[in-house]
Design a protein around this ligand. Structure first.
Ligand SMILES: [Zn+2]
Length: 256
């Protein structure tokens, strides 16, 4: 993996540095000067430790400034959640975008520090993986006195192969974030995959052949229940690219 922009995957234009953990979040959690384990070097079997404020990744100046707008909008949303204040559905969609970004940034960070070992060319970057697949966020108020920032689930081979799920603890609130193709669509009554078939234009990709949705909301989004979050937000991402099977989405239920 070469030195590329964390957002667009191209050689950084007017090179800049993006903090994987944004400065406002370090301030909010009192972690600006904390040293944190951010993963493992799998070849040496050694922990990779960083001072939070120097855990950065190259980026283009423009990509960085585009994304700083999301950061500015997300900061008050996280603060509201920490204070148990009301958030709107627009806030929550913005929050899901931000979690896509943080999850993929942590993944690119680990990939970058293991570039000799895995030698995988990432298929996604922080801006190209945004809003691409169904996503969910479980929010749990732990009512503890923890002040800090930590994440789990990123330091394993599953996450390195497929960065779909991780948790982030911000002070006393735990966020569990997950995103992959159609993880919530079927349960929300929307079209869902019957099977996958090879993409005729790209042998690394597959296309989903879709079933019509049941048009009914299931009360249970996931079969397993690991813990009881305070709230779960689920958002389906419709696959209507390239005018493929658009009739599946041409229903009153979907439009409503
Ligand atoms: Zn860029």
């Amino acid at each position: 993996m070469n030195k590329v922009c964390i957002f667009c995957g191209q050689p950084p234009e007017n090179k800049n540095k993006e903090h994987v953990i944004p400065k406002w979040l370090m301030k909010l959690t009192n972690t600006e000067n904390k040293i944190m384990s951010v993963g493992v070097n799998w070849e040496k079997g050694e922990e990779i430790k960083f001072n939070f404020s120097s855990f950065t990744f190259p980026s283009c100046t423009k990509c960085n400034s585009d994304f700083s707008k999301i950061e500015a909008l997300v900061k008050p949303i996280i603060e509201k959640i920490l204070n148990d204040d009301f958030v709107t559905s627009v806030d929550l969609v913005m929050l899901l975008d931000w979690f896509d970004k943080v999850r993929i940034s942590l993944w690119l960070g680990i990939q970058y520090h293991n570039k000799e070992t895995f030698n995988l060319e990432p298929k996604y970057y922080s801006s190209t993986r945004l809003r691409l697949k169904d996503r969910m966020l479980a929010i749990t108020n732990c009512y503890d006195s923890y002040k800090g920032l930590r994440w789990t689930g990123t330091n394993n081979l599953c996450f390195i192969a497929s960065p779909t799920c991780f948790t982030l603890k911000i002070n006393h609130v735990l966020f569990t974030n997950c995103s992959m193709d159609f993880i919530v669509s079927e349960q929300l009554g929307f079209p869902y995959p019957a099977f996958e078939k090879k993409n005729i234009n790209d042998d690394k990709l597959t296309d989903f052949i879709l079933h019509n949705g049941t048009e009914k909301l299931s009360t249970k989004i996931f079969k397993t229940e690991l813990y009881k979050p305070t709230m779960i937000i689920s958002q389906p991402i419709f696959k209507v690219a390239n005018d493929f099977q658009t009739n599946t989405y041409d229903t009153d239920y979907v439009k409503k």
